[in-house]
Write a protein that binds this ligand. Sequence first.
Ligand SMILES: [Zn+2]
Length: 285
Amino acid sequence: MDKIKIHALRCGQVRTTKYLPFNPDNKALMTVAGFLVPQKDWAWSPVYCYYIEHLNGKVLIDTAWSRRMSPDGVEDKKAEIRELGFMLYTLNQGYTPKGEAIDEQLDALGVKTSELDYVVLTHLDCDHACGLHQVADAKRIIVSEDEMKYANTRTPKNIMRYKKRWWKDVPISQFAFNGHEGPFYESFDLFGDGSIQLIHIPGHCAGLVCVKITGKDGKFVLLTSDGAYSHKNWIDLVLPGIHADRKKQLESLEWIREMSMNSNCVESLLTHDPNVKPHIVELDV
Ligand SMILES: [Zn+2]
């Protein structure tokens, strides 16, 4: 194989207020979360996972929703509340059409979850981590130390945001940043050859990582997870609504902007961008 292939896999939908992706006026968390927000100001967005076929191994980025939230492939309020808890359900709802859960998407590509060399969790929010049990037999599942520490810090906000049961029975390893890429000069080199860098972009949460995949001649693809929700965020520097640290969120967004506009950047892809369609990006190696 002389190519790195990056598959953009659509894994269901998430519904939030319009203030979650774009919150330029820094509206209060209650508003971002939907309290007294009229129906017309809510919208559905996709949830994407990325599967990377690489010379060094098979890598999955994020796991999206659990099939348990929509057993029949349609919205199921009771099942969603069971998985998310009532408070988190009021902030975001989600479902996964049949065939779009992460294990179902991989199966359609002929990839067994047990063949995955790495599952990288960019962070531990529900729409990235509650599908974890569907790929639990992967060889290695990793998340940054910063994110696990943050998720285990039981502030009222985090108790609502993170449910330990999503990863309780899954063998997750934590990695410490050991490189110096990114807005805070903190990164982790997945294969030790610089081809896949997990770059710390805190703000949305404490341990969020962006994935930078580099091919021949320095051409790269950026997977920015929830560092932004669409290109509009980084083009106009409009901050999203959920944050652990708004100042760091802005510094991370400025870095995403700079990297996305770099002439070597082939694509800058997000998790919830309505403009992204399922497709494959290839990098020469
Ligand atoms: Zn998300």
